[in-house]
Write a protein that binds this ligand. Structure first.
Ligand code: JFZ
Length: 441
């Protein structure tokens, strides 16, 4: 053990009510929205096949031309209630929105920069409108904030000399003030999701990431902060030099999930975030993105996968430049939500089912309060039959599907049962609620 001033604040998962609430959500909606939604991956008639929010860098767009996009951000078709209704339809229990992404543009009227929504034609506080609309529907709102800032004159990627150190100290002060401002203006916010913390400059200032976490928790009791914010005294990120998770949950799973048999991740809180197209967070209009959209059942598979290992799943949406949601994304949300409306008892409030081993056809989950075990069958074998191998000493005494009720099964051997699931495939992955008893003898 090394003595750390800015390492993990605690060594065990939080168990307070706010954290338990976050943990039980399991399904969240991520939103990436900013000026990059206007060009949507296309510049001067050419598709740029890279994440749309990176367009200014990848296409080397002059700063003034990028900032001029603010004049076109007119919100012609923006309606916070419609976004929130889509989240409800999807069955999302929380939402995380980009208050400021890497280009520095702010979705709220910040007193610490001119580059914000208040200086666009509508002048509206879209962040405030979204907080109100989502919370009115019982959906928790979290804020994404990029520490990396391509526009701010004091931002530094590396610290080469005293001048860099001075400039970056001013930058950290600016970012702290913006975060204080967010906490003050929107005190109902439930969590902060930090990004853009990987550069040497940030890693050399682990004290600041500690201070940010402390400041937010002091002002907003219960607030939940992701591990991506944090660096320790020695520049270790997410997990400190002594191996303890910093922040409240691990947020390193970006467009990938842990292996389904890697039960080691179930010992702590975590969240995975995922794009609908292959690799863009901001709306990208080109076929490079639009031809790669995931199927709703792919999304359901990932939700169950995360739940089975005690993690949350944050599905990203990239609204368009006029403020409307992309119809294909609304449709995916609707179909995922239809599935959750029937089968959500296997997801919400559920987590890792200790002792129930991964068997390839899908995932076991367990309701953390009732103890009810579920099988979510996302990869039905070609036989149409699923073999359920129960933990040694248990047998199946009943089977139920949330949609249709009691379901037949065959006993093959002690603790081995078989279920026929060919029928009803169009309704998506089947869920089985398992009733078990101790094997006699
Ligand atoms: C970052 C951003 O650069 C991106 O635009 C988006 O906002 C995403 C959610 O976060 O991208 C990342 C962040 C982390 C990793 C990879 C890309 N990572 O941990 O491998």
């Amino acid at each position: 053990m090394i003595e750390l001033k800015y390492g993990a604040a605690r060594q065990e998962p939080r168990q307070d009510a706010a954290m338990q609430r976050f943990r039980g959500h399991r399904v969240g909606q991520f939103i990436h929205w900013g000026l990059y939604a206007l060009p949507a991956g296309r510049w001067e008639g050419k598709d740029v096949e890279f994440a749309a929010e990176f367009l200014p860098r990848v296409a080397k767009i002059p700063q003034q031309r990028w900032e001029a996009l603010a004049n076109d951000f007119t919100l012609a078709d923006f309606d916070a209630d419609r976004w929130a209704d889509t989240a409800v339809a999807m069955g999302a229990r929380y939402m995380t929105i980009t208050t400021k992404h890497h280009d520095g543009f702010c979705l709220w009227p910040s007193a610490h920069t001119d580059f914000h929504m208040g200086n666009t034609p509508s002048g509206r506080d879209v962040l405030g409108e979204l907080v109100a609309a989502y919370e009115a529907r019982g959906i928790d709102v979290n804020f994404y904030y990029s520490v990396l800032d391509w526009r701010h004159p004091d931002w530094r990627f590396t610290l080469e000399n005293d001048a860099d150190n001075l400039a970056f100290a001013r930058y950290l002060d600016f970012a702290m003030k913006q975060l204080e401002e967010l906490a003050e203006r929107y005190p109902s916010v439930k969590g902060f999701w930090f990004d853009g913390t990987w550069d040497e400059s940030v890693k050399a200032n682990g004290w600041w990431t500690w201070e940010v976490e402390r400041m937010l928790k002091k002002r907003l009791p219960g607030v939940v902060v992701n591990s991506r914010l944090r660096a320790d005294d020695l520049g270790a990120r997410h997990v400190d030099t002594n191996g303890h998770l910093m922040g409240d949950y691990e947020s390193g799973y970006e467009r990938r999930l842990p292996e389904p048999w890697d039960t080691s991740v179930a010992t702590r809180d975590w969240e995975a975030c995922m794009t609908i197209p292959q690799a863009s967070w901001g709306y990208h209009q080109g076929p490079w993105a639009q031809s790669t959209l995931k199927h709703p059942w792919d999304v359901v598979d990932m939700i169950a996968h995360c739940t089975s290992l005690g993690g949350n799943f944050l599905l990203n949406f990239g609204p368009r430049g006029d403020g409307s949601l992309a119809p294909a994304e609304v449709e995916i949300a609707r179909r995922v939500g239809e599935w959750l409306a029937v089968n959500g008892e296997a997801i919400y409030g559920c987590g890792f089912a200790e002792g129930w081993e991964y068997q390839g056809w899908g995932y076991f989950t367990r309701d953390t309060s009732s103890g009810q075990v579920f099988a979510v069958v996302t990869r039905l074998p070609a036989s149409g039959r699923v073999r359920l191998q129960l933990p040694a000493g248990l047998e199946l005494t009943g089977l139920r599907t949330p949609g249709t009720g009691a379901h037949p099964y065959n006993r093959l051997a002690d603790s081995v049962f078989e279920v026929e699931l060919r029928a009803g495939l169009e309704a998506g992955p089947a869920v089985l609620a398992l009733e078990t008893g101790l094997l006699a003898g």
